[in-house]
Design a protein around this ligand. Structure first.
Ligand code: SFD
Ligand code: AMP
Length: 652
């Protein structure tokens, strides 16, 4: 057995004041900002990331646009856009808070070296000094962002100090306080490189492990396995660990189904907004125009301002074409490029072609692989679009996450929007940001960064306000070590029972368990194979199957540290999947067509369901409880907002 050499991990214990869990955009924002607020204190801060910060999280490959930059825009209009896109139910306080601060983060990025496109004549003039940027859409600005994450991580490391950063440690669970189990007091995880378990104690933590990928069966299989749109290494850790610590989750029924360039998952924003490309069905018809009356008939146009409809509604109109056999859907890249090239010199045309490639080389290189591998020249041939498998996230065009306390200085804030420190969950000491904050999507990279900064300031205040907190772990360390290494023990105990290492009646490989979870979610909870449709009966079947997968998850094996990582990622995914399903079950309407359909409640029902759905998981009984929470409008309607959106929210 010793040949595997990792049966007896070294246990490293550490006590800090604040632990930042994750190293992505929100974590980097927090690491950058927090040093300012702890300057004259002796608070100890630590950041722990499962990967290497330079390339961890959703921005790992880089990005080609910053999707949230106000410029001359009014943050109130930003709230209106987010509210419309997310079908009317949004925590307007949280969204406004991001909107009013986000530009400062973007200015910092530029100062740290991120190249931001400028209009002719303003090259070299920073945004902060009035340099005129290049917008792709109303909220987005173009960047040369291949090294975006390196740049942002470098600033974070410099601020926090490399000695306060622990990379390649996967956090498995939060641990509540022995004397006050409602509070969070620690976290346990393991090194993915060394035979070590890490136990942290703290007064407050920022849980920012991104969203959830690979909960549903992905469209990419076989030789494409592993290709997804959002980063595969974000496994729902934020939601699962938050739920187990007792944090209320909100809008976990929401998901994001991005329409993407087929197979390579290349984002469409720059093509639609910057290159002004059109998408069409197989017969060359503009399906958004053609199917618009459908939205009107079903009342969904209440959330679409003219043809500027929200993301799920755009999907909805596309999916109708696919369901009714008028696919494939194409992005007409040649016409868009020809139109742009009309008044260009040959040199400018060459530059345009380079930009078309660079949009993907900057952030989703796999799409270039598809173009190169299939001999597609975007100026000559159209590319297929396809709605992807669902993702759970709170920072892009989706809004699942934790129910968080908002800022205290906005007028009209109801009590249930503000009970403590900004971005603190319902668990004292547990804060989040980015994908972790529910009911406030469309933050993207910049908004996640600034939200990490907002949360870090509030965390410091929380810790300074509570000097008497002495964190003590609710669970003994030996028990945590045994639990974390259970997959290792499963393997070592049973590996010699068979001759084929992957075939064994006593354990299941993490890979097989993941396939099983993905199949359940795909076939019963609205994945691609049912064209995103589900109903109560399907979810009843899924409930049974999820119960069994939870039992079997205790038998996952880990033959090495990599599999141990995979095993615990699966554990987080299962809990996230369960939360998602419970919320979909609870909301008896189809609020987000194009993201998912409740076929037994296909209508939009503002009178009963224009409200948040919140849930709480009891880690002792393993039961979920769900409730409706009132939506409160804080930002007045603009004249051009459609009448229907003016519904004030269901009574709960
Ligand atoms: O083109 C653990 N995003 C875009 N944002 C933009 O501003 N512009 C774009 O162009 C964007 N597009 C885009 C985007 C993302 C992706 C993948 C593509 C294209 C292909 C969205 C942003 O990237 C996103 O909003 C933010 O990154 C969210 O920030 P945050 O901090 O909430 O999550 P993260 O950055 O993924 O970081 C997560 C971190 O957690 C670590 N981690 N650490 C310890 N223990 C565990 N258990 C952990 N689990 C995870 C991760 O390693 C990581 O450090 S476009 O589509 O519109
Ligand atoms: P994407 O590349 O799809 O992630 O989109 C990047 C940004 O562009 C996001 O802010 C989207 O909401 C926005 N976007 C993408 N496609 C469209 C479209 N057809 N109309 C309006 N906004 C869009």
């Amino acid at each position: 057995m010793a040949e595997y050499g990792f049966e007896n991990p070294e246990v490293v214990e550490e006590e800090v004041d604040i632990l930042i869990i994750g190293g992505g955009m929100a974590a980097c924002g927090a690491a950058f900002e927090i040093t300012r607020w702890v300057q004259d204190t002796d608070l100890k801060i630590k950041l722990v990331d499962k990967a290497a910060m330079d390339r961890s999280g959703a921005v790992a490959q880089g990005l080609s646009a910053i999707n949230t930059y106000m410029g001359d825009n009014d943050p109130a209009d930003y709230v209106r856009m987010v509210r419309g896109d997310l079908m009317g139910i949004t925590r307007e306080d949280l969204v406004y808070d991001v909107g009013r601060h986000v530009d400062d983060s973007v200015h910092q990025f530029e100062k740290w070296g991120l190249p931001i496109w400028k209009q002719k004549g303003d090259e070299g003039k920073p945004l902060a000094e009035g340099g005129r940027f290049v917008r792709s859409g109303a909220w987005q600005i173009m960047i040369n962002g291949e090294s975006y994450k390196w740049i942002v991580a470098e600033a974070a490391k410099k601020s926090l100090g490399i000695e306060n950063i622990q990379e390649r440690v996967f956090i498995v669970r939060l641990i509540n306080d022995k004397n006050d189990p409602d509070r969070v007091a620690g976290a346990a995880g393991f090194s993915v490189r060394e035979n070590k378990i890490y136990i942290y104690k703290f007064k407050a933590c920022l849980l920012v492990c991104g969203g959830a990928v690979n909960v549903f069966r992905p469209r990419s299989i076989g030789e494409g396995t592993g290709r997804t749109w959002y980063p595969v290494w974000n496994a729902g850790s934020t939601y699962a660990m938050g739920a187990e610590a007792g944090a209320e989750l909100t809008l976990m029924e929401n998901r994001f189904v991005p329409a993407r360039f087929k197979d390579g998952y290349g984002p469409v924003g720059a093509w639609f907004l910057l290159f002004k490309a059109k998408a069409m069905n197989a017969f060359g018809e503009d399906y958004q125009e053609k199917n618009y009356q459908d939205l009107v008939d079903a009342g969904y146009d209440h959330y679409a301002v003219g043809f500027k409809m929200g993301t799920c509604l755009r999907n909805h109109l596309m999916m109708k074409e696919m369901r009714e056999g008028r696919g494939p859907i194409f992005m007409d890249t040649p016409t868009a490029m020809a139109n742009l090239a009309k008044n260009m010199t040959p040199k400018e045309i060459k530059h345009l072609e380079a930009e078309a490639w660079e949009d993907f080389l900057d952030m989703t290189i796999g799409q270039c692989g598809v173009w190169a591998g299939e001999n597609i020249e975007p100026d000559k041939e159209m590319s297929e679009l396809m709605p992807t498998e669902p993702y759970l996230l709170g920072s892009h065009a989706g809004c699942s996450g934790m129910w968080c306390s908002g800022p205290e200085d906005l007028p009209g804030m109801p009590d249930h929007y503000h009970w403590g420190y900004n971005r603190m969950s319902t668990v004292p000491g547990l804060f989040t940001a980015g994908d972790g904050v529910g009911a406030s999507g469309h933050k993207f990279s910049s908004g996640s960064h600034v939200e990490g900064r907002i949360a870090s300031k509030a965390m410091v205040k929380y810790v300074l306000d509570h000097p008497d907190i002495k964190p003590e772990l609710e669970r003994p360390i030996d028990e945590l070590v045994e639990e974390i290494y259970r997959p290792v023990r499963n393997f070592l105990e049973h590996k010699d029972y068979t001759t084929a290492i992957d075939v064994n009646p006593n354990y299941i490989t993490p890979k097989m368990l993941q396939y099983r979870l993905q199949k359940i979610m795909d076939e019963y909870v609205g994945g691609v194979s049912t064209m995103y449709q589900t109903n109560a009966a399907m979810m009843k079947v899924a409930t049974r199957k999820l119960e069994m997968i939870k039992e079997d998850s205790l038998k996952m094996r880990a033959k090495d540290l990599h599999e141990l990582l995979r095993a615990w990622e699966n554990y987080h995914r299962i809990l996230t999947a369960e939360a998602h399903m419970k919320h979909i079950e609870f909301r008896e309407e189809t609020r987000y067509p194009g993201y998912y359909y409740r076929t037994d409640y296909l209508q939009l029902d503002d009178d009963n369901w224009k409200c948040f759905v919140n849930s709480r998981y009891d880690r002792n009984t393993k039961e979920w409880s769900l409730k409706k929470v009132k939506y409160v409008q804080l930002i007045a309607y603009a004249d051009n907002e459609p009448k229907g959106i003016a519904h004030q929210g269901a009574e709960v």
